[in-house]
Design a protein around this ligand. Sequence first.
Ligand SMILES: Cc1ncc(COP(=O)(O)O)c(C=O)c1O
Length: 509
Amino acid sequence: MATVSLTPQAVFSTDTGGVLGSATILRFPPNFVRQLSTKARRNCSNIGVAQIVAAAWSDRPAARPHSGGGGGRGRGVVSSHAAAASAAAAASPAAEASAIPNAKVAQPSAVTLAERNLLGSDASLAVHAGERLGRRIATDAITTPVVNTSAYWFNNSQELIDFKEGRHSSFEYGRYGNPTTEALEKKMSALEKAESTVFVASGMYASVAMLSALVPAGGHIVTTTDCYRKTRIYMETELPKRGISMTVIKPADMDALQNALDNNNVSLFFTETPTNPFLRCIDIELVSNMCHSKGALLCIDSTFASPINQKALTLGADLVIHSATKYIAGHNDVIGGCVSGRDELVSKVRIYHHVVGGVLNPNAAYLILRGMKTLHLRVQCQNNTALRMAQFLEEHPKIARVYYPGLPSHPEHHIAKSQMTGFGGVVSFEVAGDFDATRTFIDSVKIPYHAPSFGGCESIIDQPAIMSYWDSKEQRDIYGIKDNLIRFSIGVEDFEDLKNDLVQKAMSF
Ligand SMILES: Cc1ncc(COP(=O)(O)O)c(C=O)c1O
């Protein structure tokens, strides 16, 4: 009987005539063994085989000695056919090499390509980091498999104890970790130059988990006036319940920051840069020095920049947050968030998150991982188109004012130039008209979707006075959200098409 071994975990017999499609599987991962009857296994197609292979763990040798109990349950239990096949393969070095493709058998502790300095640029990191030698899933697939499981099983109590004491590498429960998500976290860490990243269910929850884990009850934080409204609402309504007070400064007001640091025991300065929706920029290096001299942490919400345009950790920030819903995932199809930084800090967020929940679904992790492979291409395209759009709008008589960090007219253009490598894909502007003219503008354009969110492949346009602040004229006045403000998130469409759409449809008022 000839045997074909595709991976250390799955061995096939070709005794049906060498046709893989009808091959009998001799050894299954135990979960599969448990679930399928013998007849069903005999009839299993290659699709099932692929699923088995996708579920196999590289750090769990298939034929390792089994220390007892469990009968067919144990992963160490190998059918006599499979054992014979393995023995035959081992007898010939060449056969062994083909039977057990070591290059694909990743160990969790394996040196990653990034660590080997092979991935020298964001482009290579975006495509490969986290998914090659470092991943814990051994398959023949180019893509990282989605591991849909809520829990992970142990061979015996000793293995569980070894896991608890760090000698056996695995996962325990879905809220504490997942291999697909772990690959995503590694990719993000590589791009942000972070020691560690924790991925969670949304950008909002990333902020909440970070603030909950790192700001003590009774502490004080500093934040900026211009920011995502829900972040502000969370800070204003929830933090006081833990006795946390807050100083809110204007983005460029460094005297106010110094004053807040001098007069309070500040735990953390949390700011977006660029900010939402006016794209104000905070000098990360300067504020990190100011914070650190007073023992405060600096957390940057870098959602508007993406790690392609700005690496806040390299500029002195302690933590970086992203709404991965935006540029990171990039396809307007998934919600997620992450916190990156030093392991010492991120592990505190991780511990909080493991208790509280807010888990990223593995399918969402896969979508984000897939989206990130083109992050550098999308963001470069969006940077270019947005800059051209901002320049075009600034010159247009129907536009009263443009907010874009790439324009010399922007108040922090000098800061943006020194700490960003691109200015991002969002352009905010005020039309030369009132509420109704602005509403007509938005309703006239045909290519961008009229929707919230930003950073995806599809252009999105909205009037913040309606989309984000419709419930409160008072808040609009406080935060400078005028009736004629438009936020335009540039997608990856052609610049000329987007421009013609504006000119022909929207600028005729
Ligand atoms: C700057 C910024 N941070 C955080 C968030 C929240 O992210 P999510 O919608 O993924 O919860 C948003 C949402 O728009 C945002 O704009």
